[in-house]
Write a protein that binds this ligand. Structure first.
Ligand code: SF4
Length: 401
């Protein structure tokens, strides 16, 4: 049996099963030996049962995978993890932190996993090494593609001909998704796709990955670098493993390989003013576009400073535009496309089935009408419950039980 997203490795009396590289669970070897005591592993992602084993060996092995998958854990954060796949019964629409978000524009957001190897002091979603979250999520690549294709088809049937931009911007680091190149490649083949943006810290980029991505003409990299000084960059990214020189080299390499690469620093008023100016100079010198992001306080994020007013932020951009003779204020125009119909509105009461934890054990995800509903502080653990919808915005639902 050959798997695209699983890798195997024997560790004492356990078969360690790695899913998308950073998630894993274990199966006792004695359980597999009941299927075939002479089974073999090949090329990391193949398990071979002897010819004389009963013909149901594949099915029995799949049964073991299903049995032990609920023990899935994230290798980086050590958190419990949930695998969302075509047969998981968990829809990809309805949640803010995972799946597909369609706000009825020409920009569609894809969130294939939660998890981050950095720990930025300004992280708007509170991800990373010091995250307080208790559960991580990972989505099957094929499931994302088939659901995205259906969404695009829906828009097309409703008369949309506007090209679509896909933004891979998880609550975490997209390059931790081990099948990121498959994902970008498969998205770029879908109808009406104009481009595919990856929003990343750039830490996990390397030449092999850049060479692969460069073959996909529609890919664009948005790399968040917020300081031009190695020590300050480490401080802002919240971990000593951050290697600024390496990230800058990869930015230059990606640009040289023809990937449209843009630097997107987060401006923290009073903390990295000088650094932003140095980044502007670096980008100007290397002819790399730069788009400065305003730091915004977020209830669920890390907030090292008080948020600056928009007027003052825009005035700063104008000053830098003049000083460096560079354009910093984009004129990006967002166009409307047909949004998926809202399944519920605020105040509706629906019957929904609890299907998973949310990011915290106290929260649950329930499903109704092929949509996920996040239920914070839900005491029930399973079953069908009555949910009152408390928020229904852009196809994302929150309810109370
Ligand atoms: S800002 Fe991005 S890179 Fe930094 S911790 Fe958050 S998700 Fe990770």
């Amino acid at each position: 049996m050959h798997f695209k997203s699983l890798e195997f490795n024997i560790n004492q009396d356990l078969l360690n099963v790695s899913l998308y590289n950073i998630f894993y669970f274990e199966i006792p070897l004695e359980e597999i030996r009941k299927i075939d005591k002479n089974f073999k592993l090949k090329n990391k992602n193949e398990i071979i049962f002897s010819k004389n084993t009963d013909k149901n060996s594949d099915r029995k092995f799949m049964f073991l995978i299903e049995k032990y998958m609920p023990e899935l854990k994230n290798k980086i954060t050590k958190l419990k993890a949930v695998y969302i796949h075509q047969n998981s019964g968990i829809p990809l629409f309805g949640l803010k932190f995972i799946g597909i978000i369609d706000k009825g524009t020409d920009m569609i957001e894809i969130k294939p996993l939660t998890s981050c190897n950095m720990n930025c002091i300004f992280c708007s979603v509170g991800e990373g090494l010091s995250s307080k979250k208790q559960v991580d999520f990972i989505v099957e690549e094929e499931y994302i593609i088939s659901e995205l294709a259906k969404l695009i088809d829906y828009k097309k049937k409703k008369g949309n001909t506007i090209p679509l931009s896909i933004w891979i911007n998880p609550h975490g680091e997209p390059l931790l998704y081990s099948r990121i190149t498959d994902l970008v490649k498969d998205i770029s083949k879908l109808l009406l796709i104009k481009d595919v943006h990856i929003i990343t810290s750039g830490v996990l980029l390397n030449k092999v990955m850049i060479d692969e991505l460069a073959k996909i003409k529609k890919v664009k990299l948005n790399i968040s670098i917020s300081s031009f000084d190695s020590e300050k960059a480490v401080q802002l990214m919240g971990t000593k493993t951050y290697n600024l020189a390496n990230v800058l080299n990869n930015v230059k390499y990606a640009s040289e390989k023809g990937i449209e690469t843009i630097i997107t620093p987060v401006y923290l008023h009073g903390i990295n003013d000088k650094d932003i100016e140095q980044l502007i100079e670096f980008c100007k010198h290397n002819q790399i576009p730069i788009s400065i992001q305003k730091f915004c306080c977020n209830m669920f994020g890390r907030n090292p400073i008080k948020e600056e007013e928009w007027d003052s932020f825009m005035a700063k951009l104008k000053t830098w535009e003049k000083k460096y003779n560079i354009s910093l204020i984009g004129e990006g125009e967002i166009q409307s496309t047909q949004e998926l119909p809202l399944m519920f509105k605020k105040g509706d009461v629906v019957q929904a089935e609890i299907i998973s934890y949310g990011r915290f054990f106290k929260d649950k995800i329930a499903v109704a009408k092929a949509r996920c509903i996040l239920i914070p502080n839900c005491r029930k653990e399973k079953g069908v419950i009555k949910v009152k919808i408390t928020s229904a915005v852009n196809g994302m639902y929150i309810g109370s039980a």
